[in-house]
Design a protein around this ligand. Structure first.
Ligand code: NA7
Length: 549
């Protein structure tokens, strides 16, 4: 008997790779078009990034009320968030609830990692091969592979001979890790480390933190979400969602006239007052105190010094406080961390900071971690060393387009896409929140919904007009890639060795991985392309000549 999702010849309309929030919504939308769709997912269930990142303290840095789908009003009205910033288990419960509610799992094949995707020009099909050797074919292939889904740990010699246990925050064991009475070494001080260190320190015998670069962190002021606050928010959901969709960040901020000014341009006492106000609001509110944190070095310095002074007040030991004060990059040019008790954790007797600035980690020994000439004995190592962001998960798959063109080769000098949605030479292949889209600079849900809706509209247009292939033109792709670079170069972002720039992975080309101008600006560009009949794409009918718009 035929599986429901396949046609008589076993060919699907669409294969979606990944069942995180983008793959799930994509499946839901395409089903409404009555297409035969299958989702292939490496994990054992839905959730994507939130399925894998189960480290202690893992929590979203965007507030719960806005970090969720907007496409179904009953869903957003009925789902109850418990905390201001949702912890990972709650977000995973939400993903699972959505999968149940829309009966998504019946078209998702779990525990299936895609190894290759090859375009067959003659048949106008994508052939997908899994690591297990299964093959699927579909007219369209949509990569919903996520931006922070390829964990990376440094290539340190000696790890194999380490007598203890080690884990990466982004691939955390599902049954948890017991820290009780153990000496733990945490390598890295980005968001994952900043969230997990305070929790690990509560039960571990000792935590040694290996810091290469001090990051800026602001307090979350997390807590239970008052049901009255939640209900009031829900009553205005339609308006709030609309405001998110028409904002650059996809996040709602309480913006007054003062917040539209340059930090450097307002009097010192007023600036201090505003910084304090936003600090008390918590989270990303802080970086939106003024308009120019990432565009004006003088303003950026004022923000940074405000945070350093906070750190000096929170950490008892002045020498330690100075080591925790970031000085190596402009604030907010690496993603701002949002924490609960991070700096105060260093006042505990069982937490030590190792500053790697002059003595990097060189090897793992059987008993621990060696940094410079010093050996630190630990029972357990936590690699909080981040991800091969944005392009990593895509390039793990051997993607081949027209004439066997390999995406890995095409992107050797850095990714180039048209709108972060499509690539020249790879017809009928779409990426959700791909490189060159604003994705990582925004509330991911807002970006995901916009991308999925845009792709859905594009496929509907093709079906209605009788087109069989859509392929970005080289010219449109070049122009967009140039635009992404030029917009980025006007900001302070290039000054940081961040994952936004691909700088955290040795050998990765240093290019802007995302479009920094924001969601609203980007959406206007996408809408214009669609309104002009998918300008910048070559649309082709199987039996007729190509139309380039
Ligand atoms: P990040 O933000 O990339 O942080 C990784 C951390 O690991 C960062 O402090 C790195 O230092 C450090 N790192 C990486 N390699 C090494 C080596 N070899 N030695 C010492 N330290 C190292 O990843 P996260 O998982 O924390 O957060 C990723 C995103 O997830 C975050 O932005 C949020 O959006 C959620 P570096 O700064 O490069 O000197």
């Amino acid at each position: 008997m035929l599986k429901k999702s396949e046609s008589a010849d076993g060919v699907l309309d669409v294969i979606i790779v990944g069942a995180g929030f983008s793959g799930m919504y994509m499946l839901h939308r395409l089903r409404q078009m009555d297409l035969r769709v299958k989702v292939l997912e490496a994990g054992g269930d839905v959730g994507g990034t939130w399925y894998w990142n189960r480290y202690p303290g893992a929590r979203c840095d965007v507030e719960s009320m806005s970090y969720s789908y907007s496409f179904d009003d009953d869903l957003q009205q009925e789902w109850e968030w418990k905390e201001r910033y949702a912890p990972q288990p709650e977000i995973l419960d939400y993903a699972s609830h959505v999968a149940d509610r829309f009966d998504l799992r019946r078209d998702i094949q779990f525990d299936t990692r895609v190894a290759g995707a090859t375009y067959d020009e003659a048949a106008n099909l994508w052939h997908i091969e899994t690591e297990g050797g299964e093959r699927y074919s579909a007219k369209y292939c949509i990569m919903a592979t996520g931006c922070l889904s390829a964990p990376r740990k440094p290539d340190l010699p000696g790890l194999d001979a380490f007598r203890g246990e080690w884990f990466h925050t982004g691939l955390w064991p599902h049954d948890g890790v017991d820290f009780e009475g153990r000496r733990v070494g945490v390598i890295g001080t980005g968001s994952s480390a900043i969230q997990s260190i305070p929790v690990i320190a509560e039960t571990a015998d000792h935590v040694t933190v290996f810091q290469r670069t001090a990051h800026y962190s602001v307090p979350a002021w997390n807590g239970p979400l008052d049901p009255e606050v939640q209900n009031a928010y829900k009553a205005k959901y339609a308006e709030y969602r609309q405001r998110m969709k028409t904002s650059e960040s996809g996040i709602l901020y309480d913006t007054h006239e003062i917040n539209l000014k340059s930090a450097a341009a307002v009097p010192q006492d007023l600036r201090q007052e505003q910084f304090e106000l936003r600090w008390k609001q918590g989270g990303f509110n802080f970086q939106n105190t003024f308009a120019d944190v990432t565009s004006n070095q003088e303003s950026n310095d004022l923000y940074a010094e405000f945070v350093r002074n906070k750190i000096r007040r929170m950490v008892d030991d002045p020498d330690l406080a100075e080591k925790l004060c970031p000085t190596d990059f402009p604030i907010a040019t690496k993603r701002l961390c949002v924490d609960t008790n991070y700096y105060a954790t260093y006042n505990r007797d069982n937490v030590t900071l190792v500053d790697l600035k002059t003595s990097p980690v060189t090897r793992i020994t059987p008993d621990g971690i060696q940094a410079g000439d010093t050996q630190y004995d630990v029972d357990l190592i936590v690699f909080a060393t981040g991800f091969d962001a944005v392009t990593g998960a895509l390039l793990k798959i051997d993607i081949r387009g027209r004439a066997e063109r390999s995406l890995r080769d095409e992107w050797e000098g850095g990714p180039r896409t048209y709108l972060g949605l499509a690539m020249a030479g790879f017809p009928n292949l779409f990426t959700i929140t791909g490189p060159g889209s604003p994705s990582i600079f925004t509330n991911m849900f807002v970006s995901i919904e916009q991308h999925v809706d845009w792709i859905t509209d594009c496929l509907r247009y093709m079906a209605t007009e009788g087109y069989d292939t859509a392929e970005a033109t080289e010219d449109a792709q070049d122009k967009w890639a140039r635009h992404v670079r030029e917009v980025g170069e006007k900001t302070l972002y290039p000054k940081a060795n961040s994952w936004y720039m691909g700088a955290n992975v040795p050998g990765k080309p240093r290019v802007f991985l995302a479009f920094v101008a924001g969601h609203k600006t980007y959406t206007q560009a996408c809408d214009e392309v669609a309104a002009n009949g998918y300008e910048g794409f070559t649309l082709t009918r199987a039996a007729a000549s190509a139309v380039t718009l």
